[in-house]
Write a protein that binds this ligand. Structure first.
Ligand SMILES: [Zn+2]
Length: 162
């Protein structure tokens, strides 16, 4: 019997100086980066939470606690890799992923294709199954003031069937 599950992920990180900006595992040229215990990849964190949520496997903070020195400065692609292993062990496959990055700066129009390809590679799915949308927050709130970048992700996973 086919089993389908949907999950949502959300994350927000503060903008900080002197750190590379990494989104979806891609280094985006920018004069600031994102804070956080890991590499601050807000998009990958939202992806991980969407996948864990879809599979009913709790959340990123439970699996990869920011109090654990093992995750200090870690490449978030490793967190995604471990997450995919958890899902694979339970027979789950990623069907598709829809993502939105909300950032006042930098403008991501010229980076969306690279981020989409990188996400598809990490998930071992065709790029047609991954969407990367970028928008500003129209000046509202901390994101609109350029003090933070937020991401929203919806993931659909499946198992069983033919
Ligand atoms: Zn995060």
């Amino acid at each position: 019997l086919e089993d389908w599950r949907v999950g949502t992920g959300y994350d927000i990180h503060a903008v900080v100086a002197d750190r590379p900006l990494r989104l979806g595992g891609v280094d985006v040229p920018c004069d600031f980066g994102l804070g956080g215990h890991s590499d601050g990849d807000v998009l990958l964190h939202a992806v991980v939470d969407a996948l864990l949520g879809a599979a009913g496997l709790d959340d990123i903070g439970t699996h990869f606690p920011d109090t654990d020195p093992a995750y200090r400065g870690i490449d978030s692609r490793e967190l995604l890799h471990e997450t995919i292993s958890l899902l694979t062990a339970q027979g789950w496959k990623v069907h598709n992923l829809d993502t939105t990055v909300v950032a006042e700066q930098p403008r991501l129009e010229n980076h969306k294709v690279a981020i989409r390809r990188a996400l598809a590679d990490q998930l071992s799915v065709d790029t047609s199954r991954v969407a990367v949308k970028a928008k500003s927050n129209e000046g509202f709130d901390a994101v609109g003031a350029g003090q933070a970048i937020a991401c929203h992700v919806v993931a659909l996973i499946r198992r069983g069937g033919s």
